[in-house]
Ligand binder design. Structure first.
Ligand code: SF4
Length: 358
């Protein structure tokens, strides 16, 4: 009973703060000035059908991809904009299914293009290919890109190149422990003279104990593991990471499972308060996510979204990035008005109590 009352009070406080912000269009104004990362959900197809998938991706989704030319075009436009962080995420669905459905060079093409444009890249995969012939092709591409496509000048200590491959480690991704181990083991034993890239392992908080288990396995297999601390050029605390045989850097990240897509059926998946305004990363950047259905959405996770199309009406032609950014701001203003309508009494009350405040 007491817990329910506490939650009600918290919801009331959160809504009151949001009403103030929406009355002044703080959120849409902020969106115009904060830096942004680009995310490309290249496809909705995936060979897994995980129970917690926020994107509802799976084998029943179309085998269609955002065209390579569209992705490259948006990156080219973004790098001319001072608000772009030059951080790009390539994800899905399962991005490596592109080798089957979008052509041999789709994945390497978009990665190399982003590198040439001076961007840092994160490729998210479920590593479901580790026991298939596709592994050889994907490994070859990663090695070739890390060895041959980075300009030496952008490398710092240990020449750690700004390329990250992100894997998942939780109870939902089938055989995640086995798949992650095989992927990491391969690169821990792959000598790349003078350069290293990062492998990131993400877990939901409920499954964070799987990471030490993975580390034990890596150590038991004979990999030399040592601790390192990375300092971000943007400041903040040094991050603990692991050097594996001097060939690859491993990091671990724990996150909350939000109740979007199929995750809405998971008991502990968290509901986001005012989800349509939850589009900022922890470092204060906004996330602008393009998908293969033709939408651009603020933020990545659950709930009511703010979305606009990236195609011109009734065509396959991409809209200019600035038009999309303007449309997202307009859609955010509408969402602010909608929020105020949903909280009419609070809106009227605060307008009345603050009527003389300038
Ligand atoms: S969570 Fe990842 S691996 Fe699982 S179905 Fe979704 S996209 Fe595929």
């Amino acid at each position: 009973m007491f817990e329910r009352l506490k939650q009600k009070k918290k919801d009331f406080d959160n809504n009151a703060i949001m009403v103030f912000h929406c009355q002044r269009n703080d959120i849409s104004n902020l969106l115009q000035t904060v830096p942004y990362n680009l995310i490309f959900k290249t496809t909705h197809w995936c060979w897994n059908n995980c129970a917690h998938c926020c994107e509802s991706s799976g084998t029943n989704m179309p085998k269609t991809f955002i065209p390579e030319s569209v992705i490259n075009g948006y990156i080219d436009e973004a790098v001319k904009d001072k608000n772009f962080t030059r951080e790009v995420v390539f994800t899905g669905g399962e991005i490596t299914s592109a080798y089957r459905f979008a052509g041999r060079n789709y994945v390497r093409g978009i990665i190399i293009h982003a590198i040439k444009a001076g961007c840092g890249i994160d490729i998210k995969t479920n590593a479901g290919f580790v026991n298939s012939p596709l592994a050889k092709t994907f490994y070859y591409d990663i090695e070739d890109i890390v060895n041959n496509h980075f300009d030496d000048e952008i490398c710092d200590i240990k020449k750690l190149v700004p390329l990250q491959v992100s894997l998942s480690l939780d109870r939902f991704h089938r055989d995640a422990m086995e798949r992650d181990f095989k992927f990491i083991e391969y690169f821990a034993h792959t000598r790349m003279p003078g350069v290293a890239f990062t492998i990131n392992v993400s877990s939901v908080y409920q499954d964070k104990s799987m990471f030490p288990e993975l580390m034990h396995r890596l150590v038991r297999s004979g990999i030399n593991v040592s601790e390192m601390f990375l300092v971000s050029p943007r400041g903040g605390n040094a991050e603990q990471v692991y050097d594996l045989n001097g060939n690859v850097v491993l990091r671990h990240h724990c996150g909350t499972l939000f109740n979007g897509g199929r995750a809405k059926d998971i008991e502990y998946a968290k509901k986001v308060h005012v989800p349509q305004f939850n589009f900022m990363d922890s470092d204060g950047s906004s996330l602008i996510a393009f998908d293969s259905f033709g939408n651009v959405t603020l933020g990545e996770n659950s709930g009511k979204k703010i979305s606009v199309p990236w195609r011109k009406d009734g065509t396959d032609q991409p809209l200019p990035l600035q038009t999309i950014r303007d449309n997202l701001v307009a859609a955010t203003k509408s969402a602010e008005q909608e929020f105020l309508k949903e909280h009419k009494k609070m809106d009227a009350y605060f307008r009345w109590t603050t009527r003389y405040v300038k």
